[in-house]
Design a protein around this ligand. Structure first.
Ligand code: EPU
Length: 302
């Protein structure tokens, strides 16, 4: 019997001592708690293991998708073929006294924020409510209120199939609204940030205030995938949907949040198809009534 490419892939991962799981349910690895299995979930624990996963997959012509905290992601109910590279094992953090922070792509961002604040370092406190990983925050150029990660970056170590591990200084990285130089063919493995010393109590108070604002304006602690649509230029997707009276609109178990209209939430009873159908309905309603074409911010995998 011929050996499939996925069989060859996992055999090579096994030989390299890299951990993996076959038919791994992605619903437990996304904040919205939905989605089918990944054909193979690779769990590299170091930058060189990331490079190995990427190069072996490229040799076998298998697609690679990167999964961090799964906080801005909607996976179809059928799941995905090929390789999902989970960055959870890349969670090392080293904080130096001069304010330099070296951290792996898989660090949970709110935890990294709390660690740097506790160490008396200013820079990340405004991002405490972003429920992603450092790699996700860099790739999506995630932001919150006035917080933006780009100006704090000193360099990023990334992996591409073509070049393996590459070190990129900030000047060579393009940060734009909700996107950056990183993505499918350039995967963040780790980053070095440059923060400034400040008084821990002051930073903690600012961090708590940011979290409080977030809790008042966004659905926190319920299953969601973050903002569904990008903001159209000069406008807010949430406000547009809200003004059309669509808060609470449902498809099956999926509904538009009553707290912030750019979030779709559910109580555990939805599936991914219902969320996707609700996204389509919202897009159609907004276009029909305002002629604004909403573009999704949430990543969809199918
Ligand atoms: N608004 C409404 N109704 C709503 C939601 C918002 O009228 O249901 C109004 C607000 O009152 C405000 C305006 O719309 O006047 C903008 O709202 P908000 O300050 O909540 O910001 P946003 O533009 O909706 C963006 C980001 C969020 C980020 C917040 C805070 C995008 C798509 N969204 O939201 O990012 O947390 O600003 O900085 O860029 C994400 O990307 O996943 C995300 C949550």
């Amino acid at each position: 019997m011929p050996v499939s490419r996925v069989d060859q892939f996992v055999r090579q991962l096994d030989d390299a001592g890299i951990s993996f799981e076959r038919d791994a349910m992605l619903s437990r690895l996304t904040t919205i708690g939905l989605g089918g299995p990944a054909e193979v979930l690779a769990r590299p624990r170091s930058r060189s293991e990331v490079a190995t996963v990427v190069s072996v997959a490229a040799t076998l012509d298998l697609p690679v998708r990167v999964l961090g905290a799964g906080s801005n992601l909607l996976v179809s109910d059928a799941g995905v073929a090929g390789v999902v590279l989970h960055t959870g094992g890349l969670d090392d953090v080293r904080i130096e006294e001069n304010g330099a922070v070296d951290a792996g792509a898989g660090c949970h961002f709110p935890s990294l924020v709390k660690k740097t604040v506790a160490s008396g370092l200013r820079g990340l406190e405004g991002g405490v409510g972003i429920p992603g990983t450092l790699g996700g925050v860099l790739t999506m150029n995630a932001g919150a209120y006035l917080f933006s990660v780009g100006p704090l970056v000193e360099e990023v170590v990334a992996v591409s199939a073509e070049h393996g591990l590459v070190t990129m200084p900030r000047e060579s990285i393009d940060f734009r609204y909700r996107r950056s130089s990183f993505g499918h063919d350039l995967i963040v493995a780790s980053a070095r940030l440059s923060l400034r010393p400040d008084v821990p109590a002051t930073l903690r108070a600012e961090m708590d205030a940011h979290m409080q604002t977030r809790k008042l304006t966004q659905p926190v602690g319920v299953k969601s995938a973050g903002c569904i649509f990008k903001n159209p230029e000069g406008s807010s997707a949430g406000r547009l949907i809200d003004e059309l009276g669509l808060k609470g609109m449902r498809v099956g178990g999926a509904r538009v949040s009553e707290v912030h209209a750019n979030f779709i939430v559910h109580d555990g009873s939805a599936n991914a198809s219902e969320v996707l159908a609700l996204i389509d309905s919202l897009r159609e309603r907004v276009f029909g009534e305002t002629h604004v074409e909403l573009e999704t911010e949430v990543m969809t995998w199918n």
